[in-house]
Design a protein around this ligand. Structure first.
Ligand code: CP
Ligand code: NVA
Length: 316
């Protein structure tokens, strides 16, 4: 595989703002490229399609996986990554997003941003002339979902027709898993307490996509109904970044939504457990589940690296 192969994907110059913007075929090609880049890495094959290229990484929230995997990913592809925290940038002192986008486009070959409002991401993308990658907003986390489905494919050998149960907050992670799951032909079941269900718009989009791909969406208040017969069990923190002050209220609201051994009994006997991490054992998941033989969280975390290298190699 060389530069021609990457060009042939036809994704050069595109943004990666959400999985809804990509066709099922494009998503599958990115996953397959991630698997190939992982193989190259394990075989110590040098592959430097991004030599001389620089990715700017804007972080307005904390990160372990995203920061390290993007930076290492650029290095493995022969490029360079620049960590830019809010306080290092003039954005922190009020420089407007459109000027920041215009200026950064003159230095960089791509921008990765983790921020709060999804509108900030969209504004940056509108004014940047280089690819912009969503590395988590309050609305979605598409890089994580792409890596998650790559991990499921590696473990299950297929994606279409599998059932994924997402138990917990109808947050950014739920949204990207729903859209991505529908695109890839999975049956997605989400169980959330009242007041914490996924956004109506994302539910409608997921249903419309699923109608095209043979997937489906169930949104319920009943965790047992959602997990029944699931091939994949997924959960995320009850209080995401930016919602920490709601921790106590949320602990009450989500008490019946803990993924524990009792609930997991209703999944398929060979279910896999995923969590984007960071996790809180004893809250959204018990140690008995997240540290069990069903858990593939470290393969999942590793695949952030390879899935994002696929995005970078294809877009930059
Ligand atoms: N899963 C994830 O995005 O982790 P970080 O917040 O550590 O980047
Ligand atoms: N929903 C979590 C995901 C962290 C990777 C958050 O936004 O904090």
């Amino acid at each position: 595989m060389g530069a021609e192969h990457l060009e042939a994907l036809g994704l050069k110059g595109r943004d990666f703002l959400g999985l809804a913007d990509y066709t099922p075929d494009e998503l599958r090609k990115l996953i397959d490229l991630g698997i190939e880049l992982k193989r190259k890495n394990k075989a110590n094959e040098v592959f430097h399609p991004l030599a001389g290229k620089t990715l700017g990484m804007i972080f307005e929230k904390s990160s372990t996986r995203t920061r390290v995997s993007f930076e290492v990913g650029m290095y493995q592809l022969g490029g360079h990554a620049l960590f830019l925290s809010r306080n290092d940038l003039q954005i922190g002192r009020g420089e407007i997003i459109s000027d920041t986008a215009g200026v950064l486009s003159r230095y960089l070959d791509g921008i990765m941003i983790r921020t709060f409002g999804h509108d900030i991401l969209l504004e940056l993308a509108e004014h940047a002339s280089i690819p912009v990658i969503n590395a988590l907003t309050d609305h979605s986390h598409p890089c994580q979902a792409l890596a998650d489905y790559m991990t499921v494919l590696e473990h299950k050998g297929k994606l279409e027709g599998l059932k994924i149960a997402y138990i917990g907050d109808g947050n950014n992670m739920a949204h990207s898993l729903m859209i991505g799951g529908a695109k890839l032909g999975l049956h997605v079941a989400v169980a959330s307490p009242e007041g914490y269900t996924p956004a109506e718009g994302v539910q409608a989009d997921t249903r419309a996509i699923a109608a095209q791909t043979g997937g489906s969406l169930l949104v319920t208040g009943d965790a047992r109904e959602a997990i029944e017969g699931a091939d994949i069990v997924y959960t995320d923190v009850w209080a995401s970044m930016g919602f920490e002050e709601e921790q106590k209220i949320r602990e009450k609201a989500f008490a019946a939504y803990q993924v524990n051994e009792e609930l997991a009994r209703y999944a398929k006997p060979d279910y896999v457990f995923l969590h984007c991490l960071p996790a809180h054992r004893g809250e959204e998941v018990t140690a008995g589940v997240i540290d069990s033989k069903h858990s593939i969280i470290f393969d999942e975390a590793e695949n952030r690296l390879h899935a994002q290298k696929a995005i970078l190699a294809a877009l930059l």
